[in-house]
Design a protein around this ligand. Structure first.
Ligand SMILES: Nc1ncnc2c1ncn2[C@@H]1O[C@H](COP(=O)(O)OP(=O)(O)OP(=O)(O)O)[C@@H](O)[C@H]1O
Ligand SMILES: [Mg+2]
Length: 324
């Protein structure tokens, strides 16, 4: 059976601390600490495992923290093949203040990788491509990685007819898009940075979606947090609005959406079915504390409450058709 392979080049131990209120420059007492394996591709693998898929997680790890990260994947039953590098896997600290709910992130840059690390990862990747149905490339690159490394990974996957889903920011997104992945899932700020212009109106977003499709990308998912998302394919532009949820911590909602898009592609779901599930799953994740993700059942029960409207891209006028 072919499987979903996630690539996390700059993983992290996500350490979440809670405290009543943060007073800068003072001694602060932490009331609760937890740590989870993190990094966007690893998050996608965690979601997929929870949904009954059998993902394979790849990437780079280093040092004791890297070892601990792999042990945590083992505990969750997630298969992995990481290339070991010198240096330590980073810790990303999330500080949650209980009085306001404010979350502050302090992200370390991570280890540096060298030519031999790049070669080692490419060997692991080539082997994984043979068992991959879909590749998910998600998150940032560590210092030392070639800036077009996602481009290289996309090229190699395309040669083997494996679909690539790309979720990145900055030049990794820009250079990845240039090599035509199957699908991309930027959020609005990421797409604006990538295209170098603001996209304030729906018309701007539809034009941006079309621009990426014209380059040869099959599916563009433009996520907009609580406002839902736009989905663009050759045939149509679909606007999806999530049901109301009480938001706890939206971090990881995008990773959940990427997991859903990848699952939809593997299980042969229709586009509408995939969209409903992905929006519902993202919203459930946003309603959960810390780095907890939507379950399959939770997403399914919310999927019917996602509102979809579509317009055909050729005619470019809104049909305002409600999709069932
Ligand atoms: N506050 C929210 N309320 C309801 N749904 C949400 C909320 N935040 C996110 N979602 C759902 O999750 C999807 C993806 O979220 P978002 O656009 O925030 O992704 P993101 O910025 O890539 O997140 P991240 O990279 O932190 O995982 C949205 O399209 C929406 O369906
Ligand atoms: Mg994201």
């Amino acid at each position: 059976m072919r499987r979903i392979v996630t690539v996390t080049l700059n993983p992290a131990i996500d350490k979440t601390i809670r405290l009543p209120h943060f007073a800068p420059g003072r001694v602060n007492r932490v009331t609760e600490t937890r740590s989870d394996p993190g990094g966007k591709g690893i998050n996608v693998a965690r979601v997929l495992k929870q949904w009954g898929e059998n993902p394979l997680a790849l990437g780079w790890v280093g040092g004791h923290r890297g070892q601990s990260l792999l042990e945590r994947l083992d505990t969750r039953g997630i298969d992995h093949q990481f290339a070991k590098v010198k240096g330590e896997t980073r810790t990303n600290l999330k500080m949650v203040e209980e009085d306001t709910g404010r979350v502050t992130d302090l992200n370390e840059p991570g280890f540096r990788v060298f030519d031999e690390d790049v070669e080692h990862l490419l060997e692991i990747y080539e082997a994984a491509l043979r068992e991959a149905e879909v590749i998910v490339l998600a998150g940032s690159l560590p210092p030392g990685a070639p800036s077009d490394f996602y481009g290289t990974l996309i090229n190699r996957a395309r040669k083997q007819n494996v679909k690539v889903f790309l979720d990145a920011d900055g030049s990794p997104l820009k250079e990845g898009i240039a090599r035509i992945p199957y699908a991309v899932k930027p959020n609005l700020a990421e797409l604006e940075r990538c295209l170098g212009r603001r996209l304030p109106q729906d018309a701007d977003r539809v034009a941006a979606g079309k621009e990426l499709l014209d380059r040869g990308i099959h599916l563009v998912a433009l996520s907009q947090g609580a406002e839902g998302a736009w989905f663009f394919t050759e045939k149509e532009a679909i606007r999806a609005i999530p049901p109301d949820v009480s938001v706890s911590n939206p971090v990881g909602a995008g990773d959940t959406m990427v997991a859903a898009l990848a699952v939809g592609a593997c299980r042969g779901w229709s586009l509408n079915e995939t969209i409903r599930f992905s929006i519902a799953a993202g919203s459930v994740t946003a309603s959960k504390e810390g780095t907890q993700f939507s379950t399959d059942d939770e997403a399914r029960s919310l999927a019917d409450h996602v509102n979809l409207s579509s317009r055909t891209l050729e005619q470019d006028h809104e049909s305002k058709e409600r999709l069932s």
